[in-house]
Ligand binder design. Structure first.
Ligand SMILES: [Zn+2]
Length: 320
């Protein structure tokens, strides 16, 4: 099976410190404590030095941002164990510098999200935590199982710290619940994915049918003007709406004014969360957008500020 990387990644700085492609398929996740409330960039700089002789696949920084340092396909140098890291995705999490190596809630919330994403992309439906070294290291996960392991089992250190260690059961059950797999012996029903033909998503009574095949739903709409195909999340999929078209924030609409209602909307140097932040925020107010481009992290696209300060995510803007 092909390896992929997480789309939750907001910062990439690939480290030279790894062993090349892993020789075991991924069936473990090993979360670590960084021992410092680091930024994704700071951790990337540290792993970029060959003298560091260490790396991790991912890092979660103090703001909950995910950094990618060693691609998932490669074996990182993280857990003091070749046997573990050949099969584990390793994640360094921003923490305090001493026991219990406390982590803030943004870090923990992102760890749940990242573990869920890693499991999902690698075909796993359950994340397991045994809290027992021998049991864990002797356990062969089933094809849909991912196992949590910890650094302290392989080296004389506290990592991931007592704070996170005490929460690994919670982490495993939350991730498993999100994956919709079995947990505590109960099976959650698998959500059926239907394309529904309705006048509006809210008007369930107008539904003409529910289809597993999108083409069939589209044909129904073609025969019934005024109807729309919605996916299982209620998102309009046919007739297609260009993102931004509905709110008048297309490139063709430029220049236009938008209202920003949050005080801390980042201004970036380019159109996407994969470009650097300028370190400045828009603040609450109205701004003129001169150009719209597609980019990572904003479905409605990115808008170039007239001031020349940079680009902002139009997902957080309202057209005025
Ligand atoms: Zn560690």
């Amino acid at each position: 099976m092909g390896y992929t990387n997480s789309s939750l990644t907001e910062y990439v700085k690939l480290s030279p410190n790894h062993s090349g492609q892993r020789v075991r398929a991924i069936d473990r996740i090993t979360p670590h404590c960084v021992v410092g409330q680091c930024t994704a960039e700071g951790l990337g700089d540290w792993f970029a030095k060959t003298s560091t002789q260490a790396s991790s696949n991912y890092g979660i920084d103090r703001d909950g941002r995910v950094g990618l340092y060693v691609e998932e396909k490669n074996r990182s140098w993280c857990t003091s164990s070749n046997a573990n890291d050949q099969r584990a995705v390793t994640i360094e999490c921003a923490s305090d510098t001493s026991e219990p190596y406390w982590m803030n809630e943004k870090v923990y919330a992102k760890l749940i999200e990242l573990c869920t994403d890693i499991c999902r992309r690698n075909g796993k439906k359950k994340l397991l935590w045994f809290a027992d070294k021998n049991k864990s290291l002797n356990y062969t996960p089933k094809s849909d199982e991912m196992l949590l392991t910890v650094h302290r089992w392989f080296a004389n250190k506290s990592c991931p710290g007592n704070w996170l260690y005490a929460r690994l059961g919670d982490l495993a059950s939350k991730v498993t619940a999100k994956l919709g797999g079995e947990n505590d012996g109960t099976t959650e029903p698998v959500q059926k994915k239907y394309y529904r033909v309705r006048k509006t998503w809210a008007d369930a009574a107008s539904q003409l049918g529910a289809y597993t095949v999108l083409e069939n739903a589209k044909q129904m709409v073609d025969k019934n003007p005024g109807y729309t195909v919605f996916d299982w999340n209620g998102k309009q999929v046919y007739p297609e709406v260009a993102e931004g078209a509905a709110n008048g924030m297309m490139n063709a609409d430029c220049p236009f004014m938008v209202k920003v209602s949050v005080p801390d909307l980042n201004i970036r140097k380019g159109a996407g969360t994969d470009t650097v932040k300028t370190g400045k925020y828009t603040g609450v107010g109205c701004f003129t957008i001169m150009e719209v481009r597609e980019g990572k992290g904003s479905n409605a696209g990115w808008g170039k500020l007239k001031s020349g300060a940079g680009w902002i995510a139009l997902d957080f803007c309202q057209r005025v």
